[in-house]
Design a protein around this ligand. Structure first.
Ligand code: C5P
Length: 218
């Protein structure tokens, strides 16, 4: 399976992480969560007190942190300057700030270069927003996962304690709007991508659909 790259893009809550990890496990592939890399960069910027409303300030500092992302689908890891940030990058402060950091072209250039290094010769499922369009436009399999706004918010609020479906839906709509309308590498369906609406499907059904697409496309 080396050489194979599966690009898995879509908005937040569309099921990308669970599906990507399940597909990677089923095919014996590595797994890369590029969103975790943008979150880790954001965590570092917040800790350093960088003014995230100032893209020039973010651009000036984004070369400093050392990001290391592990690719085991059973336990993906993420470290910044040797610190394990897997927990902190899921906190509300990072989630609220990440889209502003990810909109800065210098941040994207740096992280896309790291992602391509990790992808290397392939054998990997890569999830994000711009994998099929920018990071790996030649990926032989490109999937664009969607789900209704309500289903996406329901899934996210089930993962987080103390968060209502309505609050989640509003927060996700804000993040998706920022991610889809930014100038640098916006969220979009890449050329050649296959759209899969997961609203009415179980996780196992979505994984099964992706595996059959992979079998057909290879
Ligand atoms: O996937 P996740 O929700 O963890 O991604 C967090 C944020 O990182 C997204 O809302 C988006 O702003 C950014 N991102 C991106 N490009 C990617 C992956 C994530 O801009 N390839």
């Amino acid at each position: 399976m080396s050489g194979l790259v599966i690009a898995m893009d879509g908005p937040s809550g569309s099921g990308k992480s669970s599906v990507s990890r399940g597909v990677a496990r089923a095919l014996g592939l590595r797994y890369l969560d590029t969103g975790a890399m943008y979150r880790a960069m954001t965590w570092w910027m917040l800790r350093e007190g960088v003014d995230l409303t100032d893209p020039a300030a973010v651009a000036a500092r984004c070369g400093e942190p050392e990001l290391v992302a592990g690719t085991d689908p059973d336990g993906p890891t993420i470290h910044v300057d040797g610190i394990d940030v897997a927990g902190p990058i899921r906190e509300a402060d990072v989630t609220g700030a990440v889209s502003a950091v990810a909109a800065v072209p210098e941040v994207r250039a740096r992280l896309v270069a790291r992602q391509r290094e990790i992808i290397g010769a392939g054998g990997i499922v890569v999830e994000g927003r711009d994998i099929g369009s920018v990071v790996c436009p030649d990926a032989p399999v490109k999937i664009y996962l969607t789900a209704s706004a309500e289903a996406r918010a329901r899934r996210r609020s089930a993962e987080l304690t103390g968060s209502s479906v309505d609050d989640q839906q509003a927060a996700m709509a804000r993040r998706d709007a920022l991610d889809s309308t930014r100038k640098a590498d916006p969220l979009l369906m890449a050329d050649g991508a296959i759209e899969l609406d997961t609203t009415a499907l179980s996780l196992e059904e979505v994984i099964g659909e992706v595996l059959s697409l992979v079998a057909k496309r290879r």
